[in-house]
Design a protein around this ligand. Structure first.
Ligand code: MG
Length: 434
């Protein structure tokens, strides 16, 4: 049984999810004694949450209902407990929901922890507590206030900026506008009614943020801020109304963290390598970034918008990231910073993985004479003027190819070399490029 994906459990909110929530509650309650629960704004949240809490209580654990909050807010609250459970489907559509399990340090449950929960559920070994060990659930209030106050500690001086904030009627609605206002900003709220009925798809990508880009430009704001459903992600707009690509935001936030060790994923642009940081790359997924940050570093993140500041927690914190960007915007024009960071051409594609022998493919790619090769997540080849990432898809029978270089022609050349190598290793089968 494989319940957990890279970001916990996510599915359409149906009877199956409710039944699973009860079992996950019992499994977590069998291992952890005091558990805090939070949820984003989805309409199915209460149904899922009380199924989960029912399981926790049946197992004899203490269960605390923290109400609606972003995932990083729950991560901070989890410090006072032995575990935290977030009811959210992150950036998925409103009919989805899911469960994300957190440790007291804010990190997501790792593979052995997830496996322990899965084994308890699949072996039907979920123990119900005796009657005198069961109790009612408690309300845990004040998580949002504590998160806001904790972030304010890091920004003691009053900031001067104007921001448009689009929370998509999701979990940040009650947090980011309030925080930015308290930091000194003039805030225009867009879609900040926490209804769970998202007015646009809740993934913070350029295609979904037209209203925010327009409003940021028209209102003369210094920045526009957007989050995903549970606000562990933050993406932004500059004062010219332009969406800031994730790779540039990574570089801007890394600069603000004042250098040192920066942890990012294997698919981040090589631009970050040229900025004077000690860059450490991990597999794709914020769990890997936070695991690496335990070994050191003040900042890490993924270009998809997950930014981790270990000083506050090991959970990606889109709210804290919004405050960081506001602090930068109160000193200088964000567009100038954006334009100073190089943007290199990237070509992405995927081909069928049918018949491909990875060991052969590695040999074939090494023949391209890269400066270095890493193979902890697919094959990543670095060249003096570019990089080529070839990795098997986790969800489809495909091999994904990402080529980046200082100019388009070289990126195309690397991409085609990658595709050619896969063709040669697929035992003569025709490879469709999509
Ligand atoms: Mg999320």
């Amino acid at each position: 049984m494989k319940l957990f994906g890279t970001s916990g459990i996510r599915t359409v909110a149906d009877r199956g999810l409710l039944q699973l929530a009860l079992k996950v509650g019992m499994a977590v309650g069998n291992i952890y004694s005091r558990v805090v629960v939070g949820s984003d704004t989805r309409t199915s949240n209460d149904a899922v949450k009380y199924a989960l809490i029912s399981g926790l209580l049946a197992a004899g654990a203490e269960a605390y209902d923290g109400g609606v909050m972003p995932t990083p807010t729950l991560a901070l609250a989890a410090r006072e407990f032995t575990a935290g459970v977030m009811i959210t489907a992150s950036h998925n559509p409103p009919q989805y929901n899911g469960l994300k399990l957190l440790n007291p340090d804010g990190s997501s449950f790792d593979s052995p922890q997830q496996q322990q929960i899965e084994e308890l559920i699949s072996s039907d070994a979920l123990a119900c507590a005796p009657w005198d060990k069961m109790a009612g659930y408690c309300v845990y209030s004040g998580a949002v206030t504590k998160h806001i106050e904790r972030i304010r500690e890091d920004f003691p001086e009053r900031l001067k900026f104007k921001a448009v904030v689009d929370c998509g009627c999701a979990a940040a609605s009650l947090v980011t506008p309030e925080l930015l206002g308290r930091l000194g900003g003039e805030v225009i709220s867009l879609n900040c009614t926490p209804s769970g009925c998202f007015p646009h798809p809740i993934e913070p990508i350029e295609a979904n943020l037209g209203e925010l880009m327009q409003a940021t430009k028209d209102s003369g704001a210094d920045i526009g801020i957007a989050h995903d459903g549970d606000a562990d992600r933050m993406m932004a707009i500059d004062e010219r109304g332009r969406f800031i690509p994730g790779d540039k935001l990574l570089a801007i936030l890394a600069q603000e963290a004042e250098g040192g060790r920066v942890v990012t994923t294997i698919d981040a642009s090589m631009a970050i390598d040229e900025m004077g940081f000690e860059v450490v790359r991990t597999r794709i997924g914020d769990t890997w970034v936070s695991t690496e940050l335990k070994r050191g570093g003040r900042f890490g993140g993924e270009p998809s918008g997950s930014w981790i500041f270990p000083a506050i927690s090991l959970c990606p914190d889109g709210i804290y990231a919004a405050a960081k960007l506001a602090a930068i915007a109160s000193r200088q024009k964000i567009s100038e910073l954006v334009d100073r960071i190089p943007a290199y051409p990237v070509i992405r594609g995927a081909t069928s993985s049918e018949g491909v022998v990875m060991a052969q493919l590695k040999q074939r790619l090494i023949a391209l004479e890269p400066v270095s090769v890493s193979s902890f997540d697919g094959l990543n080849l670095s060249f003096a003027d570019g990089q080529l990432l070839v990795r098997a898809s986790g969800t489809e029978p495909k091999i994904r190819v990402r080529a980046e270089a200082k100019n388009k022609a070289r990126a195309r050349q690397l991409y085609e070399a990658g595709i050619e190598a896969i063709k040669e290793c697929s035992k003569g089968r025709r490879v469709e490029v999509s």
